[in-house]
Design a protein around this ligand. Structure first.
Ligand SMILES: N[C@@H](CCC(=O)N[C@@H](CS)C(=O)NCC(=O)O)C(=O)O
Length: 207
């Protein structure tokens, strides 16, 4: 097994969390390097694309969350071996990335511009993507997005759903997912109840 260091911000979510979770679930040893927001500016220019997550593999630094997800998914046994199932897994991960980017672009806006941008997202792109995720989940059998088992694709969609339902995003109704794509809520609950995932977050609460 290569020596792995995964670097991401110190919160339970976002682009780095699927890889973090996958490594924990798969029992793959890695250094879990957590960056505080106050530390970020000083290290930003040293990152390949001035962003996190990054993964160090035997001393080589690589970036891009979905590339990292695929790689650690393979190490952890959470990425499909079948080409078509891998494609279905990739499709949802990249679609989540579209939404992460669009929501992320509103974060630094002033209150009025943020409200306008988020209302526009809530009126169009977000429900559309959520409906598409739900349709893909149903087409894949209703429980998981690919391979009829847990993959990094499930973890990535779950992070988006959890973020949208958290109430942290002003001007995006936190019941949007429940209203538009309730099967994604069931999917999220299924993942949260998986023994390794539940144990991981129980351990985080105690820490
Ligand atoms: N396409 C990149 C985007 C990475 C990205 O935007 N990361 C955010 C955190 S989720 C970040 O580092 N933001 C800090 C900054 O841009 O200064 C990926 O998928 O990894």
């Amino acid at each position: 097994m290569p020596a792995l260091t995964l670097t991401y911000f110190d919160f339970d979510g976002g682009r780095g969390e699927p890889a973090r979770l996958a490594l924990h679930i798969g029992g793959v040893p890695f250094e879990d390097r957590r960056v505080l927001f106050k530390e970020w500016q000083a290290m930003r220019d040293g990152m390949p694309f001035r962003a996190l997550p990054v993964l160090e593999v035997d001393g080589r630094l690589v970036a891009q969350s979905n590339s990292i997800n695929r790689y650690v998914g393979k190490l952890a046994g959470l990425y499909p071996q079948d080409n078509l199932q891998a494609l279905l897994c990739d499709e949802v991960m990249d679609a989540v990335e579209d939404m992460d980017f669009q929501i992320g672009s509103t974060i630094g806006l002033d209150a009025e511009a943020k409200k306008k941008a988020r209302e526009a997202l809530t009126a169009g792109p977000l429900p559309h993507y959520l409906e598409q995720f739900q349709a893909r989940l149903e087409a894949a059998g209703g429980e998981y997005f690919a391979d009829r088992r847990l993959t990094v694709g499930d973890l990535k969609v779950w992070m988006l759903v959890r973020w949208l339902r958290s109430g942290m995003l002003d001007d995006i109704p936190k019941d949007l997912v429940d209203r538009v794509a309730p099967r994604l809520v069931t999917h999220a609950e299924r993942l949260a109840a998986q023994p390794q995932i539940a144990a991981y977050y129980a351990g985080r609460k105690k820490a």
